[in-house]
Write a protein that binds this ligand. Sequence first.
Ligand SMILES: Cc1cc2nc3c(=O)[nH]c(=O)nc-3n(C[C@H](O)[C@H](O)[C@H](O)COP(=O)(O)O)c2cc1C
Length: 191
Amino acid sequence: MIIESIITTMDLDGVVNIAPMGVEWGDEVIVVKPFLETTTFRNLQAVGAGVVNLTDDILLFARAAISSPQYPTAPATVVRGVVLESACSWRELEVRSIDATPPRSRIETRVVHHGTRREFLGFNRARHAVLETAILSTRLHLIPRAEIEAELAKLQIIVNKTAGPREFEAMELLTDYIRASRAHPPQSPPA
Ligand SMILES: Cc1cc2nc3c(=O)[nH]c(=O)nc-3n(C[C@H](O)[C@H](O)[C@H](O)COP(=O)(O)O)c2cc1C
């Protein structure tokens, strides 16, 4: 099963990176699959450790999907890394093996420590809708524009029915980003 998480990693100078990633879940082994061009891949490869943060703060997913935000953190207990203060719980990971076959790596890690900060609230449809929108926002170059607009319209209805203020803010942030990217599409690389 894939669990959507926020991975915190550090580079060799101690600079923290925060990125949403779906990870293959296990109690003792967690597999992370970052694309090779991501900072998460470079940091996991260089440092050999990271932290999987589980959170119900969907605004954090939205911001981290489209930018490189900084958030309050505390040092991890066992590995070289940090835990997000807004995490409900976390797993500290040690890298065991890396398959760096392009385009997407497969990094097998061992869970060496875990902890809990606060309760994870139950299912909320708006949060899941924002999560899907966050994923869309990272795949704009792969999905036809009409399909993106159709998805957005469906997801917005769910948000309108079931969101609180943070979910509305997160959805607005992502839809603004997606619509702005239509006005200024990324340049295609030369053939
Ligand atoms: C919910 C969610 C799950 C994601 N899962 C992955 C993933 O498994 N691997 C990946 O490379 N990118 C994934 N992404 C996209 C990355 O978060 C995005 O490319 C990010 O910019 C990479 O950040 P980094 O370069 O700071 O590591 C996901 C995005 C979202 C919103």
